[in-house]
Design a protein around this ligand. Structure first.
Ligand code: 39S
Ligand code: MET
Ligand code: ZN
Length: 745
């Protein structure tokens, strides 16, 4: 049988974040393993039944995970660190979250998404075994419900490319050792009666070396030729496959899934590939990354272009639906906006409908066509005043850094000034107050009073600790992007639109649907209140335009750079109002600057151009004496260092503790000449760093960068930590700064 209509993956956290709650209760010791496993089983059951009832021809399995699918793959092939005395499940969680005396695996971004995976560590002595049965178990579980499924696995080459080599080792050198274990697994699935297996190779949406392409060739020639195996579907997504397309087309696999959404030109490359003649093709024409309703005309014409090219063509999503929320029908949005949207459940219906249309049936596409046309012609999305203001804006640079630095000396800060990145712990009390406010049981005045009390507590604590530049602690923010989106026009927020970010942590990305403007100041009253409590400078705290776009679902009817300018203008207005309110230091966070970097180098220049100019637009037109900070984290910064420099912020705080300040060498090599705050405290770990540990990192920093430009701060915000860890950690941070200060001449 051909595969027919399908989706490459589905959300797994639960429509009401059932898995998040179960995980956190399990970790807190409130439920046992059996109760946690039961929650997962029920979520899988509901997903499979929903997908079957929707009419998909082929239903994926093994898309569930208790934490992360790359971690699952490492467990499956027996390469998680052993933890004698722990159950297999707790060994798995130990790798994900760390235990008392062993840190977690590193966590990093899954390609250019806001999903994070755990990085397996491999070395020359790594031995793979087929240690687990998860894909097999889930297949059986579905079959017991009467549902045939297609197990989904991370492909062997992508798995190795995403892993980290210990001490300079190249994980790809393990390919020949890993392939037989994949073959063992395929054989077992085959014995079980599995017809199709999906192997995901998104790594080939990025630029790849000759050696990496050769690995892809070897892998699929080898796996394709194994005798007892299910049919193989290889999925490439998050962009076109580049030369990987030809490689896979010429390999003995049975089907290819291609992303026809992310890269418009890729459809031509697929159409021109003669070697696809005897392959089945899944045309990924329903966007798995965004929430807009699919234009049936465009989707069908793309898929139809390929009809003669392959043995068969069917419809799929461009990637897994992991990155979109479950169901738009649960939202209380403006009905017109709601009619333009499609979340995971609706995307499944779109796939089914388009699949029927492609087969020559005549399903009713009028509602879809009308909604898309309505959105395209919605004049009220345009705001001419925003566009006129942007067109009239003068040049967006600031005075040279030296002049600014001289003016900013008026802040009267000591050498090695200490500060934090913005958020303080979001305590259960704070979260409860916000929930009560949302539910209407706590009125505005009561909520504001509770948050003010929290701000005052945080200010007093920082004064007592002896920090130099204070923050208000962000207690009033549900999330650093959603909070702003809720106050800007052109954005809609969802009530249930949760998307997994990592493990049990989720976000509700806002929907940016129209021209953006700022009807009123967003943070000024909180900053003014905090500054009024202390003589020390309080840092205003904003999220930058690139990060606001990266962590929202963004309109796709104009270039991102244009949308970024509108958001930047709103942030600029806020910066100006903070300055007018007497705030002398403003931080504009851009942790997602690296995340939005296109996977292919040919697109980097254009990205840097719009991203940098949006940040500069947001942070210029102010007095030289007003100090602009920015902050970045969760990334490999190498490729974006020139852009970080070009942002022209007075001070850049940057995650560095885990990598022992390596980033400073690179920054120096790049000629970075302004203030820099390399994180000296890893906030992802519950461990409290000692003063001597922090001191050692700080001495490394002042050895690499002139001390006059070094700031002392944690790696990132403290919102996910508790006060029991944060207080002693910051105490040690201040003590270390004082000690190293005393050593300066
Ligand atoms: N958007 C975004 N992306 C990001 C980051 C980030 O901060 N924001 N940081 C990096 C790492 N990613 C992260 C993603 C999420 C969280 C996180 O802490 N998320 C929270 C939810 C944050 C939130 O929206 N909180 C809301 C809703 C909280 C909530 O769940 N309330 C309860 C009720 C509260 C109670 O009674 O206790 C409910 O709705 O059921 C609020 O505070 O108002 C979670 O999953 O637990 C942290 C880091 C990279 N990407
Ligand atoms: C993910 S970056 C976080 C920056 C933000 N100001 C905070 O401290 O939480
Ligand atoms: Zn951060």
């Amino acid at each position: 049988m051909t595969i027919g209509t399908t989706v490459l993956g589905y959300p797994r956290i639960g429509p009401d974040r059932e898995l998040k709650r179960a995980l956190e209760r399990y970790w807190a010791g409130k439920i046992d393993e059996a109760a946690l496993l039961a929650v997962g089983r029920e979520l899988r059951r509901r997903t499979w039944l929903d997908l079957r009832d929707a009419g998909l021809d082929s239903i994926p399995s093994n898309t569930f995970s208790h934490y992360d699918h790359v971690l699952d793959t490492a467990e499956l092939f027996g390469v998680l660190p052993a933890r004698p005395g722990l159950s297999p499940l707790d060994t798995y969680f130990a790798a994900a979250r760390g235990v008392q005396d062993a840190p977690a695996l590193e966590m990093t971004k899954w390609f250019d998404t806001n999903y994070h995976y755990l990085v397996p560590e491999l070395g020359p002595d790594t031995e793979f075994t087929l240690a687990g049965t998860k894909p097999l178990d889930e297949y059986r579980e579905a079959r017991a419900l009467g549902i045939e499924t297609r197990p989904v696995l991370v492909g062997p080459v992508t798995f190795l490319l995403l892993s980290k080599g210990i001490g300079g080792f190249r994980p790809l050198d393990l390919l020949d050792a890993l392939l037989p274990r994949y073959a063992d697994l395929l054989a077992r699935l085959h014995d079980e009666g599995v017809e199709w297996v999906q192997l995901d190779e998104p790594a080939f949406a990025a630029d790849r070396t000759e050696a990496e392409l050769n690995a892809l060739i070897r892998a699929y020639h080898w796996l394709g030729k194994t005798s007892a195996r299910p049919k193989l579907l290889v999925a490439g997504y998050f962009g076109g496959l580049g030369r990987g397309l030809g490689v896979l087309a010429r390999s003995p696999v049975d089907a290819l899934a291609v992303d026809l959404v992310s890269d418009e030109s890729f459809v031509d490359a697929v159409a021109a590939e003669p070697a696809l003649r005897d392959k089945e093709l899944l045309a990924g024409v329903v966007d798995g990354r965004n929430v807009w309703r699919t234009d049936p005309q465009r989707a069908l014409s793309r898929a139809a272009t390929l009809l003669g090219v392959a043995k068969s063509v069917s419809v799929s999503t461009s990637c897994s639906l992991l990155h979109v929320p479950y169901d738009v029908s649960r939202e209380d949005l403006h009905p017109r906006l709601a009619s333009w949207l499609s979340f995971a459940r609706q995307k499944v219906d779109e796939v089914v409908l388009l699949g029927r249309a492609l087969r020559g049936e005549s399903p009713d596409l009028t509602a879809a066509r009308a909604a898309v046309a309505d959105r395209a012609s919605a004049a009220e999305l345009a705001d001419s005043s925003v566009r006129d203001r942007l067109a009239a804006l003068p040049d967006v640079g600031r005075a040279p850094y030296a002049e600014r630095a001289a003016a900013q000396a008026a802040l009267g800060l000591p050498p090695l000034p200490t500060t934090t990145i913005g958020s303080f712990p979001q305590t259960p009390d704070v979260r409860r107050a916000r929930a009560a406010h949302r539910a209407g049981t706590l009125d505005d005045a009561g909520y504001i009073a509770a948050m003010r009390a929290e701000v005052e507590r945080v200010i007093r604590l920082q004064e007592e600790l002896g920090l130099d530049v204070l923050v208000h602690g962000e207690p009033e923010r549900n999330d650093m992007v959603q909070y702003f989106a809720e106050q800007l026009t052109g954005f809609a927020a969802t009530a249930h639109g949760w998307v997994q970010s990592y493990g049990s942590r989720c976000v509700r990305p806002p929907i940016l649907y129209g021209d953006v403007s700022r009807p009123a100041p967003m943070t000024v009253e909180w900053a003014r209140y905090a500054q009024g409590l202390t003589a020390k400078p309080v840092k205003g705290m904003l999220t930058g335009p690139v990060t606001i776009l990266a962590w929202s679902f963004v309109r796709d009817d104009q270039p991102l750079g244009e949308t970024a300018r509108q958001v930047a203008l709103a942030i600029r207005d806020e910066v100006h109002d903070l300055e007018a309110a007497g705030i002398r230091v403003v931080q504009v966070d851009e942790p997602a600057l690296r995340e939005l970097l296109p996977l292919r180098a040919r697109a980097h220049r254009a990205y840097f151009d719009w991203a940098v100019s949006a940040f500069r637009l947001a942070t210029s037109g102010i007095a030289d004496a007003t100090q602009i900070h920015t902050h970045m984290c969760y990334s490999e910064f190498g490729e974006v260092l020139p852009a970080i420099d070009a942002l022209d912020a007075d001070v850049t705080s940057i995650e560095a503790a885990r990598s022992k300040m390596e980033v400073l060498t690179d920054l120096n090599a790049g000629g970075f000449g302004r203030g820099v705050g390399p994180g000296v405290y890893d906030i992802h770990s519950p461990r409290v760093p000692s003063a001597s540990e922090v001191g050692a990192l700080l001495r490394t920093a002042v050895g690499a960068v002139p001390a006059s430009r070094v700031w002392v701060n944690p790696d990132c915000g403290l919102k996910t930590r508790g006060y029991a860890e944060v207080e002693p950690a910051l105490r040690n941070l201040v003590a270390a700064a004082r000690e190293v200060r005393a050593e300066l001449d």
